[in-house]
Design a protein around this ligand. Structure first.
Ligand SMILES: [Zn+2]
Ligand SMILES: [Zn+2]
Length: 388
């Protein structure tokens, strides 16, 4: 193993920097100084370059009951530069550009060494408040109070500590305000089309919810040559935006008159869509999606985050007789370290569209404005620059 470099002035010491701390559910984040401990073994401390706001940040920021928890540093879509590394880290070094991601890839376990799934068995996904290995935090405020992590990333801080299994090194010269989108939402949507569903040419696709994940599903389906991509959203303006990403047809569920949403889509697709994607996180939409995926081979992929503990109820005879598949997918089935660089290259080769996802950019001090824009449905992705 290479001897660890001790070159920076901050290496091995705590860093005092600014972070946007969530002190209470639904209350504006407070930008304050925090202490970020040095990385332990298998960990990397990152200087965040920019971060973008994803809807899961808002979902958990509003959450009063567990797994909601405060005080906490949110943020999980980002790009940064390695400031220092802990012992036993060989994969990246100081100055490397990296993307953190909520899903681990240890490269060693039975899952990581197979191509069947991206759900690492050694470091399984959970809604933890802590670092993955030792169950402690690297953040304290200036009074010494512990601050919780979010999705193993906590990017709303100028510096953060992330386990090496949650980091992807980037070599492509991709602009940071595009690359950060690959950290969560866009990868999840494109992956759902390419990996989880494996959308094929000339197929029919229905997408429930045209936020960033839904639009990224459309983009993935478009690149795969799907012939009909139906967008479903209560906001009719999403049709125009969606066309950029390959949406060919649009349904506003509030305008279905006496028909159910599933009936409308079954008619439009002459018997059901080959692939349905639920991107909102509502059980009734999951039911509608399953009801309008094609009998015999239709697949419904759940990407939306419902309230913890919510149950789906399906008719057992429909399951038996329909031959349909219902599956969930985290990160679209992509293995982060393997697939994020592929997506970055696809953008640089002018295939994958990322530019139109970025509707706003702002400085760190304005982060609460970004929350408002996303909640009001006025923005797809807002990129927050830490230094500007
Ligand atoms: Zn693994
Ligand atoms: Zn996310």
């Amino acid at each position: 193993m290479a001897e660890k470099q001790v070159s920076g002035t901050t290496d091995g010491k705590p860093i005092r920097c600014r972070a946007a701390v969530a002190r209470a559910p639904g209350e504006p984040l407070v930008i304050e100084e925090v202490m970020v401990a040095p990385p332990k073994a298998h960990e990397v401390r990152i200087k965040i370059i920019c971060t973008s706001l994803c809807y899961s940040d808002i979902t958990f920021w509003k959450m009063k009951d567990p797994p909601g928890s405060f005080p906490r540093i949110f943020g999980h879509e980002a790009i940064g530069m390695v400031e220092s590394v802990g012992d036993s880290v060989d994969e990246v070094t100081e100055g490397d550009i990296v993307i953190p991601q909520f899903l681990a890839q240890c490269r060693e376990c039975a899952v990581c060494t197979s191509n069947k799934s991206n759900l690492c068995a050694k470091f399984p996904f959970e809604m933890s408040l802590w670092m993955h290995r030792d169950g402690t935090s690297r953040f304290t405020d200036l009074k010494g109070q512990t601050l919780h992590h979010f999705l193993f990333i906590s990017a709303f801080s100028e510096y953060t500590v992330v386990d090496i299994t949650h980091i992807t090194k980037l070599d492509a010269e991709i602009p940071p305000n595009r690359a950060c989108l690959l950290s969560c939402g866009v990868s999840t949507g494109v992956g759902a089309a390419w990996r989880a569903a494996n959308v094929d040419e000339d197929s029919t696709v229905a997408i429930f919810g045209l936020g960033v994940i839904g639009l990224a599903v459309a983009e993935g389906a478009r690149l795969r040559g799907a012939k009909q991509i139906i967008g479903v959203d209560t906001n009719t303006q999403k049709y125009e935006i969606g066309k950029t990403f390959g949406i060919t047809d649009f349904v506003n569920p509030t305008n279905c008159q006496d028909k159910s949403l599933a009936e409308v889509i079954n008619e439009m697709t002459d018997g059901g869509a080959d692939y349905c994607f639920e991107c909102v996180g509502l059980t009734n939409l999951m039911h509608e999606a399953f009801a309008c995926c094609r009998k015999g081979w239709g697949k419904t992929i759940v990407l939306g985050v419902e309230k913890p503990g919510t149950q789906l109820s399906l008719n057992s005879l429909v399951i038996l007789h329909s031959g349909k598949t219902l599956m969930g997918s985290l990160f679209g089935g992509f293995k982060p370290k393997t697939d994020i660089p592929v997506l970055a290259k696809s953008y640089m080769d002018r295939e994958l569209q990322l530019d139109d996802f970025v509707t706003h950019e702002m400085k760190f001090d304005d982060i609460n404005r970004a929350f408002n824009l996303l909640m009001e449905g006025k923005c797809l992705r807002c990129v927050i620059w830490m230094d500007k």
